[in-house]
Design a protein. Sequence first.
Lengths: 111, 114
Amino acid sequence: QQQVKQSPQSLIVQKGGISIINCAYENTAFDYFPWYQQFPGKGPALLIAIRPDVSEKKEGRFTISFNKSAKQFSLHIMDSQPGDSATYFCAAIAGANNLFFGTGTRLTVIP
Amino acid sequence: EAGVTQSPTHLIKTRGQQVTLRCSPISGHTSVYWYQQALGLGLQFLLWYDEGEERNRGNFPPRFSGRQFPNYSSELNVNALELEDSALYLCASSPGDRVGEKLFFGSGTQLSVL
């Protein structure tokens, strides 16, 4: 059973556009929601993260929106650039070491 | 500060063979995690080691095993290789706090089983 459901599987966005990746969960014990970015040939790297006591977190062009009641959170990439082309994984953590990844979204930003 | 290092970067094996992958965590990190990333699939959790002990394992058969050494480096062993074992194997380390909050990945070992 997939603890964190991520969509879409792939996404193509024009340069300058907004990329939106969505994730949903059921386990109310999750209390930390990181996003990882993976470039081809590299391992994932922590991009941005949010705790459920806030509804939004912004770091540069990257924003996480969090809806606790709906058990959903999303990553928004503003002014998307070709350099943002990568695979993005959402994740959720419960307890000390229960980390669950989404299935990933392959983002392609077209120049 | 050196990141997580994995070796080898690429490996080609045939069915039935055995393989050992190696990982050196970031200095000071005591926890090491292994993930399998098959083509088109997400990150599948394999194993977690902390302070030399196996703390948890994912839903993989026993032919996937590993160990952690006193210097916190780790090995992943896969016996009786099957075609579906072809994947990118990622190692990650954590300073011992909550996993995922500070998880640092290496670039992986690309294993091809022919």
